[in-house]
Design a protein around this ligand. Structure first.
Ligand SMILES: [Zn+2]
Ligand SMILES: [Zn+2]
Ligand SMILES: [Zn+2]
Length: 142
């Protein structure tokens, strides 16, 4: 496991410090996006600043993306193609009104949109709200 975590950091050109390895390991275990508060709960509030910096470094290097779904900022791992030059995995996010968790839907890519001349997009997001397959009483188990 440790080797895998380290090689992921190296592939994104991130120097593998002890904290970065631990944070990435934690992220790999998550099925839904995490907030800084989730991380603090796991690592302890003493590491708050370091955790914040670690996440910001990960974001800049294309390892995680920030999700702005109208609630507080959440972070989730990117796919392999994201790097320092930009995020290429822009996809739909789903916020469950039942368990309040945010899910990445990487198969649902946000298509390139044509902007009127003179407009530049810095950030685009598409968020769906509803019930996830654990909270939906009609969902059939897969
Ligand atoms: Zn990304
Ligand atoms: Zn749910
Ligand atoms: Zn996502």
């Amino acid at each position: 496991m440790a080797d895998v975590v380290e090689s992921i950091l190296k592939a994104k050109q991130i120097a593998p410090t002890a904290m970065r390895l631990l944070v990435l390991e934690f992220l790999l275990e998550q099925k839904t996006a995490v907030t800084l508060t989730n991380l603090e709960k796991d690592f302890g509030p003493a590491d708050r600043i370091t955790l914040y910096r670690t996440i910001k470094t990960f974001e800049k290097k294309g390892l995680v993306h920030a999700i702005k779904d109208g609630t507080i900022a959440k972070y989730a791992l990117c796919d392999v193609d994201c790097n320092e030059d930009g995020h290429t995995d822009t996809h739909v996010h789903f916020w469950c009104t039942g368990c309040k968790k945010t899910f990445c839907l990487p198969k649902l890519k946000i298509p390139k949109v044509e902007m009127p001349s003179g407009f530049t997009i810095q950030d685009i997001s598409l968020n769906a709200h509803g019930l996830c397959n654990s909270c939906n009483p009609d969902a059939t188990m897969q």
